[in-house]
Write a protein that binds this ligand. Structure first.
Ligand SMILES: [Zn+2]
Length: 351
């Protein structure tokens, strides 16, 4: 999660006036009538995403060895290599060609003094509509070492990173057993989020798949903790953006949650006038600004946010597991249901 708003306000004001004119297709009927795809198969692969495997990854990814993963540093290079070798070991190919997992971002694209960096991409091809692509994203960087202290970023965004790894593995295992997704899925680990969402911006300007064929971005940034508001009932996740561009997307997400999980879906931070404006502060925004429907999955802020104390021992692994499973099941629905999420009428007419 990016610390502050930079220069996003002008476009934010334009978008807000559009979103206020939102049509009204979110209804209990619309959600009830949705057909859940492959539920018995989905249940099986949901169970391959486990707290134990998430923990095993996170204990490495958010360890001191990775030096806080600041963009362009040695620690961040260890992080991208960890991700690449994971995908190689899992037999999950790259979309660039089978063996190039990195999208190189030159130093000239990044703020002064930051070295070149890389996004990491992996891919499972769709069986029926391979040209239509669902993106599942998380940022791979964090803020590094500050005044001699390593900022491990276990929640931000180690939690989202390891969730994407486990989601990719679940899709791969399903594909190996004959259940390939109908649409393609891109697992996108973006760099340079903490210094201004550069990795996702770079991808959106140099997409591997045309943006018009990109059906949605499910972006995970901080899903391993429980905030003060939910201390007595941690069975929640904040969703941001799900209805802003596509009520179809919002409805599918609601349906999947009620079918499998019964998490409290907290939309507090989705309010257009929310003072935090989180909608503009993580990587999904670089898809949303191109009118690609997004959901941002988030646990809220906490006392260790952007502190050296955001460490693995504070992660709630059973909630990290459940939220990762929720993203997986939502992704399955989107990749396999008959139609891609349609843009809301007001978005189509105003942009
Ligand atoms: Zn952050």
């Amino acid at each position: 999660m990016h610390l502050k708003l930079l220069s996003l306000l002008p476009s934010f004001l334009v978008l807000m006036s559009c979103a206020e004119a939102k049509d009204n297709a979110i209804s209990k009927n619309a959600i009830d009538s949705l057909i859940v795809q492959d539920s018995s198969i989905v249940r099986k692969y949901i169970n391959t995403i486990t707290a134990e495997e998430l923990k095993n990854h996170l204990e490495i990814y958010a360890s001191n060895e990775f030096e806080g993963r600041a963009t362009g540093t040695n620690g961040q290079k260890k992080a991208v290599n960890y991700l690449k070798h994971y995908y190689i070991n899992e037999g999950i190919q790259s979309p660039i060609n089978d063996s190039v997992y990195f999208q190189h971002i030159p130093a000239s694209y990044l703020p002064d003094g930051i070295d070149a960096s890389k996004n990491v991409l992996a891919f499972i091809e769709g069986s029926e509509k391979p040209d239509e692509v669902l993106v599942i994203s998380a940022h791979l960087d964090h803020v590094g070492i500050i005044k001699g202290e390593i900022y491990n970023g276990a929640d931000d965004d180690g939690s989202g990173t390891v969730a994407v790894l486990e989601i990719a593995q679940a899709f791969k295992q399903a594909a190996l057993n004959g259940y390939q997704p109908k649409r393609s899925i891109l697992f996108l680990h973006v760099t340079a989020e903490e210094i201004g969402l550069y990795g996702s911006k770079y991808y959106s300007e140099h997409p591997i798949f045309p943006l018009k064929n990109t059906i949605a971005d499910l972006n995970i940034d901080m899903i391993g903790r429980v905030d003060d508001k939910h201390i007595d009932n941690p069975n929640y996740v904040y969703l941001i953006g799900s209805d802003r561009l596509s009520n179809d997307l919002h409805n599918a997400s609601e349906k999947i949650n009620s079918t499998y999980f019964n998490l409290e879906l907290d939309y507090t931070f989705n309010a257009l006038n929310d003072k935090n404006q989180f909608y503009y502060r993580s990587d999904h925004y670089n898809f949303a600004k191109h009118n690609i429907p997004v959901i941002f999955y988030f646990n809220g802020t906490h006392a260790d946010y952007h502190k050296a104390t955001d460490t693995v021992d504070k992660i709630n692994f059973s909630m990290l597991q459940k939220r990762a499973q929720f993203v997986f099941a939502t992704a399955w629905q989107l990749a396999n249901q008959p139609n891609r999420p349609a843009l809301n009428e007001d978005i189509k007419t105003n942009h």
